[in-house]
Design a binder for this molecule. Structure first.
Ligand SMILES: Nc1nc2c(c(=O)[nH]1)N[C@H]1C(S)=C(S)[C@@H](COP(=O)(O)OP(=O)(O)OC[C@H]3O[C@@H](n4cnc5c(=O)[nH]c(N)nc54)[C@H](O)[C@@H]3O)O[C@H]1N2
Ligand SMILES: Nc1nc2c(c(=O)[nH]1)N[C@H]1C(S)=C(S)[C@@H](COP(=O)(O)OP(=O)(O)OC[C@H]3O[C@@H](n4cnc5c(=O)[nH]c(N)nc54)[C@H](O)[C@@H]3O)O[C@H]1N2
Ligand code: SF4
Ligand SMILES: [Mo]
Length: 748
């Protein structure tokens, strides 16, 4: 099929590239897992200068120091000792951040799509040309359809600069995958219960917990730095870990209880725990009496949700359900039923998050030491600019049918970009900054249709990723080590800020996102919104307002403030008003009932794999982040490809061996572009197979990542949408094995 917007392979200079750090990774053993002095091999006795940064390899945003030698080479990145996100130790990915800078496949100069002799290709362009073109398209869309029809899809630091531009331009049609593909359901589940989002970093008081319950959440492979460190400390101090996972994850292997649950049945287990806590009188009676409403309704609701009932659904034995409920109650209130983070699983995810929130309420853990602390962050004053114009419609309008959506739903913006799918307002153009939609959004066909419908696409990225190949204009951003960005003001036990500044000049012809946004603003007569020459002026202005300065922050990198909202913990019996409509923790949600949803979580069965098919589940590897690190020279050195975990029973049935490559075919006959290596292991249930997300790259210009491993996203064509907030449940897909090469042409 010929497309309006063909994928274009971006040419890159050179190939290969020597790998740098090869530090060994041993799980959950603090000191050996996290680097405190960066990669080995940096020459000694050099004059090193250090510059503060916070890491962009994932969104934990650890503060660190970039060390540069006299030749202006970055030699290492280490954690900032004062920063509670990392406690001076970066994870393997953060240490390997140097690889983002050194990667010779990086985008090097702006590119513009041209048609040469009927063939679409990219030509190298100047910044003037590329920015002029984007600005003129933004003006054109604005006058033809209104600014709202130009959408911004973003993730990470570059996104905030373009968000400012888009709001100034008149569009709030903005979405990011961190909501409907990630945390959205838990934010809604917890806010309808406690009146507060969980947020990032999660306010889980793991270091002082006596019992940590992980529902899937695979801390240790999910390498959110201080969480892993605190979990390791808690284990050393004797905390009980309970892990519910169909796979023996790293966390499960460190747990006292591993509950290898049948996938998609967690709500039944959670409600059976609620039943045991209530009917065996194990809940925190004083806390429940004082702070919650709806207890009697909940009690009645779970009357028949016994461990015996749940056993038939989850395959977890009734005595194990009782024993683990008791272990939680014994630790109460220093117990955490972890809300998880990537929770868009089965479409009833807000309800699963509610069930987890309710359990925490019964255990009295919200607002308690060793449970959840009350987080606080420093409000940074906004650099002055005129008020933003009010858009006629926005992400909210597009997400209207999901009444509790709290942020833009990427998939609704994508649908609104396809005329046949749009319900009312139409999106006509996109700017994408820092998100690789092809690997990030399930149901590739939908993304592909949208890419073929929109009139214009600009992509801002650091690498020639899948999505850049669809752009009309590609803007190469310099890496986080080469630029200023917004101040990190994070929620934590104490409010704090961290600075990111350039350690070296941008390599090649690359530029920071703040500069691009300002340049576009200037071209569209929006100068008043960009009233500075350099972003450092904005930072200095903001920092002065909070009692420091750019100069000071350049020296210290990180600064902590005293709390202004009192103790992070509730005192026994303390009066406290929760931010819900009743002022109480809502075990029964009148809000959900009013919207026509179950006021208390109900287990509903989900489809199961047909004979010969296995549920595809996926997760993280400690040395990679999504698809963004797959080509990183330092990190591919630690792990080059993903593998497919297969239970020995299944392997026997299919005659599969460890090390053998297979292709996958899903329930909709979609075949994987690349084969994946089998790993036969007892660590996974027989009804599921598992792989790490982020591999199977189709862009040949990623010289290390191309064709390595398989893409989970490619197999995710069935999406179960959460009716409450629009999250895209991605774990209802089933695959079978093809042992012969299906000869599939690599699709881009
Ligand atoms: N190294 C690394 N760390 C990361 C990231 C990264 O890319 N790399 N990304 C970060 C981000 S943004 C996020 S959102 C988090 C995500 O990290 P988590 O929130 O921990 O991820 P999940 O996808 O919820 O959990 C994956 C686990 O769920 C299990 N699982 C699958 N199906 C089921 C089921 O039906 N029931 C249960 N109980 N378990 C199931 C899988 O076997 C796997 O062990 O990780 C963060 N940390
Ligand atoms: N199938 C499947 N889909 C998923 C998930 C999954 O586990 N499986 N996880 C979901 C979750 S939890 C999340 S949070 C999302 C993550 O979704 P994304 O953030 O889209 O994930 P990445 O694949 O890392 O894509 C990031 C893109 O940003 C680029 N980039 C990196 N640094 C910079 C920078 O400094 N500037 C610019 N301009 N670009 C940069 C990278 O090159 C890459 O193209 O994916 C979600 N989608
Ligand atoms: S957890 Fe690792 S990758 Fe994420 S911000 Fe911290 S050091 Fe960087
Ligand atoms: Mo995420």
């Amino acid at each position: 099929m010929s497309n309006r917007r063909d994928f274009i392979k971006i040419s890159a200079l050179g190939a290969g590239g020597a790998a740098l750090a090869a530090s060994s990774v041993s799980f959950l053993k603090g000191p050996s897992l996290f680097a405190s002095d960066g990669p080995k091999g940096a020459p000694k006795n050099q004059n090193l200068r250090r510059f503060p940064t916070y890491c962009e390899v994932c969104f934990w945003k650890c503060a660190g120091w970039t060390y540069v030698n006299d030749d202006n080479e970055i030699v290492k990145i280490i954690g900032n000792e004062d920063d509670p996100h990392c406690n001076g130790r970066l994870c393997p990915r953060g240490t390997g951040g140097i690889g983002m800078y050194n990667d010779e496949d990086r985008l090097k100069t702006p590119l513009i799509r041209v048609n040469e002799g009927g063939k679409q290709t990219f030509k190298e362009a100047s910044w003037e040309e590329a920015l002029d073109l984007i600005a003129s398209k933004m003006e054109e869309i604005k006058s033809k359809y209104g600014p709202e029809s130009f959408a911004l899809l973003k993730h990470g630091s570059p996104g905030s600069h373009f968000e400012h531009l888009f709001k100034a331009y008149g569009s709030d049609t903005i979405g990011e995958p961190a909501y409907a593909q990630c945390r959205g359901p838990r934010e809604v589940g917890f806010s309808t219960t406690f009146g507060s989002w969980v947020g990032s970093p999660e306010p889980t008081d793991i270091r002082d917990t006596k019992c940590l319950v992980l529902i899937g959440s695979h801390i240790g492979e999910n390498m959110h730095n201080s969480q892993v460190q605190e979990m390791s400390d808690a284990i050393d101090k004797g905390a009980t870990i309970i892990t519910v996972d169909p796979r023996l994850s790293t966390a499960a292997s460190k747990s006292k209880y591993w509950l290898p649950i049948k996938p998609a049945t967690d709500i039944a287990l959670l409600m059976a725990w609620v039943h045991v806590l209530i009917y065996d009188d194990l809940y925190d009676r004083d806390y429940v009496n004082q702070y919650t409403i709806g207890f009697e309704q909940l009690k009645e609701h779970v009357e028949n949700m016994t461990p015996e009932w749940a056993y038939g659904i989850t395959t977890i034995k009734p005595n194990v359900i009782r024993e683990t409920a008791r272990a939680m109650a014994d630790a109460s209130p220093s117990v955490i039923v972890h809300p998880g983070r990537h929770v868009t699983w089965y479409g009833d995810d807000t309800q699963r998050a509610r069930a987890m929130a309710i359990l925490n309420a019964l255990l009295g853990s919200w607002g308690k030491r060793g449970g959840f602390y009350f987080k606080e962050k420093l409000g940074l004053p906004k650099y002055p600019h005129p008020p933003f114009p009010k858009p006629k419609w926005s992400w909210e309008t597009l997400g209207e049918k999901y009444p509790l959506a709290g942020m833009g739903i990427t998939t609704e913006i994508i649908k609104a970009s396809i005329p046949e799918e749009a319900e009312g307002h139409e999106v006509k153009a996109w700017l994408i900054a820092g998100t690789n939609l092809i690997k990030t959004i399930p149901n590739k066909e939908l993304v592909r249709k949208a890419l073929n419908s929109i009139e214009f696409l600009a992509v801002v990225d650091t690498m020639p990723m899948d999505i850049t190949g669809y752009a009309d204009v590609v803007l190469p951003e310099c890496t986080y080590l080469e630029r200023y960005d917004g101040i990190r003001s994070a929620t934590n036990r104490k409010p704090n800020i961290a600075l990111r500044m350039p350690a070296v000049e941008p390599k090649y012809n690359t530029k920071p996102a703040w500069w691009m946004a300002k340049q576009l603003g200037d071209r569209m007569n929006l100068q008043e919104y960009f009233n500075y020459n350099d972003f450092s002026e904005v930072l200095d202005w903001q920092l002065q307002k909070v009692g420091t300065s750019l100069e000071e922050m350049q020296k210290i990198g990180y600064k902590e403030y005293e709390r202004e909202t009192g103790s992070p913990y509730l005192k026994n019996g303390e009066d406290y008003k929760f931010n819900t409509s009743s002022g109480k923790i809502e075990l029964y949600s009148a809000e959900l009932a009013g919207l026509g949803f179950d006021p208390m979580p109900v287990y509903t069965p989900h489809p199961e794999p047909e004979y010969g098919f296995y549920r595809l589940i996926y997760g993280r590897a400690p040395m990679h982040t999504f698809s963004r690190t797959a080509n990183n020279p330092n990190l591919t050195d630690l792990k080059k490809e993903n593998d497919l975990w297969v239970n020995p029973k299944v392997a026997k049935l299919w005659d599969l061996e460890t090390g053998q490559y297979v292709w996958l075919k899903n329930q909709d006959d979609v075949v994987s572009s690349f084969p994946i290596k089998v790993r036969v292991t007892e660590r996974i249930r027989w009804d599921s197979v598992y792989m790490v997300h982020g591999f199977g790259h189709t862009n040949r210009k990623l010289s290390r990542a191309y064709g390595k491993g398989a893409s989970d996203t490619e197999m995710i064509t069935n999406v179960m949408v959460d009716p409450i907030m629009g999250g895209t449940g991605m774990r209802g897909n089933f695959v079978t094995f093809l042992t012969e090469d299906p000869g599939k042409e690599v699709e881009l």
